[in-house]
Design a protein around this ligand. Sequence first.
Ligand SMILES: CC(C)=CCC/C(C)=C/CC/C(C)=C/CC/C(C)=C/CC/C(C)=C/CC/C(C)=C/CC/C(C)=C/COP(=O)(O)OP(=O)(O)O
Ligand SMILES: O=P(O)(O)OC[C@@H](O)CO
Ligand SMILES: [Mg+2]
Length: 233
Amino acid sequence: MKDFLEWRHAFKLDPAKKLDDEALERVCESGTDGIIVGGTDGVTLDNVLAILMRIRRFSVPVMLEVSEPDAITPGFDGFLIPSVLNTDDARWIKGHQHAAIREFGELMDFEEVIPEGYVILNPDCKAAKLTGADAGIDEEDVLAYARMAEHFFRLPVLYLEYSGTYGGPETVRAASRVLDRTRLVYGGGIRGPEQAAEMARFADLIIVGNALYHNLPAALKTVRAVKETDKMA
Ligand SMILES: CC(C)=CCC/C(C)=C/CC/C(C)=C/CC/C(C)=C/CC/C(C)=C/CC/C(C)=C/CC/C(C)=C/COP(=O)(O)OP(=O)(O)O
Ligand SMILES: O=P(O)(O)OC[C@@H](O)CO
Ligand SMILES: [Mg+2]
């Protein structure tokens, strides 16, 4: 498996949403670097296992982005653990994570676990509402979170999350300029290849989610668009 920290393109499949077998096959065979299974609400052990079993018919790598401890199961190539940096509600920074590590710590292979610093920038998305994220921050705030992620917390990943809406390429570009070792992930509102290529100039990893459910052919075209785009030095 190509290591998650080298992925350029990923599709995020929401276990609470429906995708028929033909569509899933096209997603898994698209040439994407991998699939992330994750969502904010409606995530259960049953629907995570169901989508995992269907994805495992193909050779594509698959990571679980944990938002619900009861839905953690073996069988994934690794686990992504979000911590929301732009909330004042400590439960979503370290509280749920602490409780889950108390429960699973003995079983955990930390080589398979990748912490993600999330900065949520769409105030209307479910993740922002759930976590009380302050999405009204300006670019300087985003850059401060990026520097904190890399230099204070030494996080391997900073995720600029615009879930459901297309974010500002300028902010992504500015964040990319202050990051060196921490990988920059962009997700939100990518509907087709042009937007994917635009963000791929600034972010290390591009995530495409909802477009899969609304316009599959356009979503699939984002794979090639990202692969053909070099990130700006
Ligand atoms: C036995 C075994 C396999 C052991 C493995 C052990 C292991 C890996 C343990 C992990 C332990 C751990 C630290 C767990 C973390 C627990 C937890 C609940 C953390 C909180 C995560 C968090 C901050 C969630 C908030 C929401 C969030 C950021 C979600 C990310 C996903 C996201 C934004 C998806 C977008 O989709 P959605 O919001 O659903 O959008 P739609 O509106 O389109 O639906
Ligand atoms: O669903 P979209 O808006 O593509 O967002 C993708 C991903 O960043 C969600 O966590
Ligand atoms: Mg969802």
